[in-house]
Design a protein around this ligand. Sequence first.
Ligand code: IPE
Ligand code: IPE
Ligand code: MG
Length: 299
Amino acid sequence: MSWIREGELTIIERFCANIIKAGPMPRHVAFIMDGNRRYAQKCHVERQQGHSQGFDKLAQTLRWCLNLGIREVTVYAFSIENFKRSQEEVNGLMDLARQKFSRLLEEQENLKKHGVCIRVLGDLPLLPLDIQELIAQAVLATRNYNNDVSEALLDQCLYTSNSPDPDLLIRTSGEVRLSDFLLWQTSHSCLVFQSVLWPEYSFWNLCEAILRFQMNYSALQKARDSYMEERRRQQMERDQAYVTQKLQQEGLATHGDSRHRRTLLQKCTAMREQRIQGFLQALEHKRVDFFERLCPVSA
Ligand code: IPE
Ligand code: IPE
Ligand code: MG
């Protein structure tokens, strides 16, 4: 049997899925899967059993997401803080992750076909030293080009840069905090906190969360659009200020001739783009090197 369980939704589930799909759907959903130990306690089973059922629930939830046409899912399965748990529990969790995720990888062709992406996110202190150095060098280099540094560039530097920010973030078990998960990426996401313990998560819980997203959709969209507009405006303002400074250095009148000003503005934008692409490419090479050193591909 496939770990990402085969099998379709029941008739009633399919019926409700179709109704929900008539509204705006999240493209990317993030889950903080919480409550495994409380579930184990509640059901009088071993803690490891609670974690194991939690992993299986992930498989089932991915299947529901596929059925609902949700193209991307990011999950918080383990945090740096979780290393402080007993050695026995950490080992148990790592064993489960190895076991369940390798099963998932075996099925990745199927996942790719459906466009689901699973990503392991790191933490800043875990960045390899040479990547930290590269960022430090970039910071020094940008002293001369202050207008290169922007929130858009920060977005592009993150591991999550090649996917859209989550539209919906769900945390189970009644905890109402993010525990450092995707803090930057969820600033315009719909946050839904549900009291159900993760191993008991149901299709209906997922539908409820999506309905809450749909009810807030226009407000979320408006906030995101005006934030993007503000970003563009700020970048334009920085570029204009840079051009004015250049014109002054050239000894031209404050505004210079407008055609010359426009040409300078285009040149400055193109050069910035070139510097940024160079930096991002170097960052990507360092990352690839780091992961190759971490998990050498056997010949
Ligand atoms: C979430 O469940 C899974 C992990 C953190 C690995 P917990 O283990 O935090 O369970 P609770 O929240 O203590 O019930
Ligand atoms: C949060 O872990 C991360 C996951 C659910 C994987 P915890 O359940 O230990 O949450 P905090 O650290 O108490 O916020
Ligand atoms: Mg917890």
